[in-house]
Design a protein around this ligand. Structure first.
Ligand code: GAP
Length: 539
């Protein structure tokens, strides 16, 4: 079962070094996050998979890496200066600011309905170029990577001699001054996009739009999000972005956040190439473009068949890396029992839970709202305690729960049970996993076992493809659990048999390989390890 609460992912991400709040030692920066040692590996693996699928495995794609800073005129003619706005309202009672379309007329902070009229707020960040701050020296941080592709259309076309249809892929940072960044990586002010602008003959755009929809759905499935967990939202005309003829939003059901956009696939028509072109009146454009007096180029394509210069239509699949990573982690997350709980221990935990809930019910320290929330969650938990015992931690982390003295007793009762009988596992596709293989010595102070384990690590890492780590910081069971929760698909243990000092001489030169998902263990000769693992870790 995927994560049931975003808190599970936030806690894991922090605990194990996937994600840190930006500038944390100075109180953080709202809506900005840093990717830690494991986060950067997972993010890079997602991007590499996207690039491989969309660039290397097709024969109609080129790559690009355009600069973040661009001439300000790009944003004038793209329409972003004029239209890249969110509706902003102020609460007159508590002075908080909100996006009008997110709050249904009620301030989420204080409940007041005394709000200002919505007014447009442009989400582009400004920065200054050069030493003199005047009206001509500012630039924007790009709010989408797409425009870097459009303004390079002619450069790519002439240097690659591509014929339509073809696409340009780009991965890079985008910045949006979101009014209310929230929900962890979901809505942030600095993020990465993986975007494709696919140029087609006008008239074939609708067919290509459908083909890209199918291709993108296949990719989400390939990285571990089942087709059944994605819904397609055919965006109604009234909600379409200013450049779009039609857009399919792919929606994923995040815990707590609900069904939300993970990728947009838009038909941008000839709007962008047309808007960035000179001599627009001679180009037979269909989109209502921005009149351009500054461009020095016609962004057209010479169609040999008709002998005419045309402006291609564009299909744009655009996905956020952070939203993707969050979905992949939610989907792969599981807390599961690894062995049966002794009946008497379960009964004692159940008793401690009931005593805690009784105390919550009687407490005068808690607000009514906090009490009801804890009781509701606690009751639900007690219905299936054996399956859901690890959720006691979340119960005890709920607002107000720390005020209940019996909470400590409950924690003391269940924690050892959780440690011994449950595990958290991140069932990532192996090729996305931050670490592919972890190598453990059965005894960390045995010279030969340690030397052999380190040699195995070096041998596997030498190929360059399998991120392999050595770990001797605990007992084997604990080390397995640490790797399970970060998604490492294989753990290798070097023991006395490996070095020829065990009970079975036939096992000399072999190690135990343990599979993350099945927890099954197999003896594999060291000499065959690389071949044994190579395909599996790239699956
Ligand atoms: N070039 C088209 C474009 O930018 P978009 O729907 O605004 O379209 C595309 O953004 C994707 O970028 C979204 O589907 C989402 O995955 C990601 N994204 C957009 N705004 C984001 C934000 N504030 N935080 C995180 N990801 C965001």
């Amino acid at each position: 079962m995927p994560a049931t609460s975003l808190d599970q992912i936030v806690a894991l991400a922090k605990r194990r070094g996937f994600i840190f709040p930006s500038s944390e030692i100075y109180g953080g920066l709202q809506g900005v996050y840093d990717y830690g040692p494991l986060g950067v590996e997972l993010k890079n693996n997602i991007i590499a998979d996207w690039w491989r699928t969309n660039v290397y495995e097709r024969d109609d794609m080129e790559g690009l890496d355009a600069a973040i800073l661009m001439n300000r005129l790009v944003w004038k003619y793209s329409g972003h200066e004029e239209t890249f706005n969110d509706p902003l309202v102020d609460c007159r009672t508590c002075k908080m600011r909100w996006r009008a379309d997110h709050i249904h007329g009620v301030c989420p902070n204080c409940g007041s309905r005394d709000l200002t009229e919505p007014r447009p707020f442009n989400m582009m960040f400004r920065t200054q170029i050069g030493p003199v701050a005047d009206s001509g020296s500012f630039a924007y941080l790009r709010p989408e990577t797409a425009q870097g592709i459009f303004v390079n259309f002619a450069n790519v076309l002439t240097t690659t001699a591509r014929k339509l249809p073809f696409g340009i892929a780009q991965v890079g940072k985008a910045f949006r001054n979101e009014i209310n960044p929230r929900n962890f990586l979901f809505r942030v002010r600095e993020f990465e996009q993986m975007e494709i602008e696919y140029f087609v003959m006008p008239g074939t755009d609708e067919e290509w739009h459908q083909r890209w929809l199918a291709d993108r759905l296949a990719w989400w499935e390939q990285i571990g999000i089942p087709r059944s967990r994605i819904t397609i939202y055919d965006v109604p005309t009234t909600e379409l972005a200013h450049y779009s003829k039609r857009t399919f939003d792919l929606m994923y059901e995040y815990p707590n956040i609900g069904v939300q956009e993970i990728e947009g696939i838009a038909n941008r028509t000839d709007y962008d190439l047309g808007s960035h072109s000179k001599d627009q009146e001679q180009l037979n454009l269909t989109a209502r473009v921005n009149h351009n007096e500054d461009s020095i180029a016609r962004l057209t394509y010479y169609d040999q068949a008709s002998g005419r210069h045309i402006v291609p239509y564009v299909i744009e699949p655009s996905a956020g890396v952070g939203r993707c990573m969050l979905a992949v982690m939610c989907e792969g997350y599981a807390e599961e029992r690894t062995k049966a709980l002794p009946v008497e221990k379960l009964a004692a935990a159940s008793e401690a839970l009931q005593a805690f809930l009784k105390s919550v019910g009687r407490s005068e320290k808690l607000s009514g709202e906090a009490r009801d929330a804890i009781l509701a969650r606690g009751e639900a938990l007690s219905q299936a305690l054996a399956e859901r015992l690890p959720e006691v931690e979340q119960l005890l982390a709920m607002p107000g729960a720390d005020q209940i003295e019996l909470g400590k007793k409950l924690r003391g009762q269940v924690q050892p049970l959780i440690d011994e009988h449950y595990r958290t596992v991140l069932r990532l596709k192996p090729r996305l996993a931050p670490i592919k293989v972890a190598v453990f010595p059965l005894k960390r102070n045995h010279e030969q076992i340690v030397a052999t384990a380190k040699a195995v690590r070096r041998q596997l890492q030498a190929g360059g493809q399998m991120r392999t780590v050595y770990d001797d910081t605990g007992a084997i069971g604990k080390l397995y659990r640490r790797q399970d929760e970060i998604g490492t698909p294989f753990c290798i243990t070097v023991d006395f048999d490996t070095i020829g000092q065990g009970k079975d001489p036939a096992l000399a030169g072999t190690v135990t390989v343990r599979d993350r998902d099945t927890m099954a263990q197999e003896r594999v000769p060291i000499a065959e390890l690389e071949v044994y693992l190579r395909e599996k870790v790239m699956s």
